[in-house]
Write a protein that binds this ligand. Sequence first.
Ligand SMILES: [Zn+2]
Ligand SMILES: [Zn+2]
Length: 706
Amino acid sequence: HRVVCDKMVGETEGTGIVHIAPGCGAEDFEVHKAQGIGIVDPVDEAGRYLDGFGQLTGMSVTDVAPIVYESLREKGYLVKKEKLEHRYPVCWRCGDELIFRLVDEWFIRSDALRKRLIEAARTVNWIPDYMGRRMEDWLNNMQDWCISRRRFWGLPLPFYYCSDCGHITMVGSKSELAKLAGLSIERLPELHRPWIDAVPIKCEKCGGEAVRTKDVGDCWMDAGIVPFSTLKYKEDREFWQKWFPAEFICEMREQIRLWFYSMLFMSVTLEGRSPYENVLIYEKVFDEHGEPMHRARRNVIWFDEAVDKMGADIMRWLFASQNTAYNISFGYGPGKEIKRKLLTFWNAYSFFMTYASLDQPDVVLTDAPADGLAELDRWVLSRLHTVIHGATEAYERYNAMSVVKQVEAFFDDLSNWYIRRNRRRFWRATSDTDKQAAYQTLYTVLTEVTKLIAPIVPFLAEEIYQNLVVSVHPDAPRSVHLADFPKANMELVDASLEADAAVAKRIVSLGLSARNKAGIKVRQPLGKMLVRLESDDERGGLERFMADILDELNVKTIKVVDSLQDVAEPVVRFNLKLVGPRLGAKLVEARRVLESERSRVYDSAIKGGLVSLTVDGEKLSFEPSELVLGLEGREGYSVAATGALAVALDTTLDEELMVEGMVRELVRHVQVMRKDAGFNVEDRIDLYVACDDQVRSRIEQRIGFL
Ligand SMILES: [Zn+2]
Ligand SMILES: [Zn+2]
């Protein structure tokens, strides 16, 4: 016996000495390669001993243990016989015990291609770009590619051994095979096993009979050849040239060392270049709670089931909306959220269809603005072209998430501002330029957005396009997917108008949340709202859209103030995560100082300034982000704020406001009753109200309004 040293065996475990069998283990084989021990390869493919192993010959490896220790005992070498528990490889399908065995395999030497693969990978636009570095790492470290597999089914490797001279003939095509085999291979049902193995060929060197190796190929060879096999590379080179290379492919990260790699490998070998130009790589798809999907966890959602329950377009929007650099979350919960967002757009479309089917307005396919545009029309067209511009750029960078975010923001603008503020223009009974402008504007917006989102939601977009466009314009392209992609017209973009409207929307949303906090419905008019602006830039937006804001919030007046401290109490706390460690034992005293100086602290922090406090004689300063700022309305005020923009609603109701609120409430009830009774707008009704004298006098004051 020889004893050799190797780092794979340590002195901390067992005796520090192990026996090795280079014919039956990968590590053992490596030691053999380094030390030249010699290989004994005693068993065949079925695990039976070959000739020359005495009484073991013909026996299975699983049956010989008793013979081996009996032989050791006879020779006086057996020290002890006992059972040890250890990990052992088994067949994944039937559980039978397996052994390692040295076999010959086919490899492609990677060093021959490594440099060219790396160069080709560098020409690719990897998204996110660090995936390109992952691919380069893989290429730098890749081993020789073992392309053979001992399976029955698979790509038959075209290597033929000559029994006479030992030469290996490699067959390169069907016609070569036919020529060397001397028969028409069309007679074979398939070029797979078992049929292919029944066809011997003539050795290209000596003319003797050559037989195919039993091995089949690694499945990644088939996958890697996709850019050629599916594009008629062998049959129709012109066709192939039209489609190769692929502009865009998309798969998960694991494919760097599998599919992306094998395609690159084949393409560099055959054509000396990458088979793809842009590769979008995503992380894993998990369930909506961030857990991997497993049958055992019962959280798997099958594709077909999801399509049935959720809808294919919702799934596409859901996937498109996510950052592919992180795990993607998928489930019915997020699906519902997406449905709600898409319904916003669907409802805008359905609003248009409802009124257009009554009025039959004369709408044309144009991206030019109509005559007599109102400011809101100009605004929504400006937003439209801003979004077309931004979304087109994002599409070109393959950033679907950015497309989705921009379009979702536009859905909200369209539905919760444009249509909401414009409804009355569509309600009017008469037709005039203003109404026509509103119809044409909304029509343009809907058709352009439909085309813009068609790549992500092809079914929804087609449905809308067919109704909106094809049914009224027979000459238009007959599918949204054949229509030209929208073009941004930057002349229609008015950045300051958009900024002003954004301010108005923010103020309205703060006002509504202040109403909500106070539990006062929008129907109840309020006298006054105070607004503290973030900066003077916002004054323009407030003034420009004053009428809209007053109407949306149902308040009589809005007043801009520098400070809300007369009507609201500032609330200031430390952001403990940020300052806790720094303050340490001084925290209690610091809190006391902060509380006693909260007005001054609030005023300076809200303007973004550093805040200084003297704690235990030491002067400390804080960034505004290290503080949590809030406002609490004093008696009679309800306050809402985001950052420095804040509103305070005066919630006191005088007699006048109360009467108005009550009458509006009454009107709403009557309208519901009219609707339930099936009355039309022009039907006149008699109204009876049962009430006490006080209410009666209030109603009588407003009888004209009623
Ligand atoms: Zn098995
Ligand atoms: Zn030969």
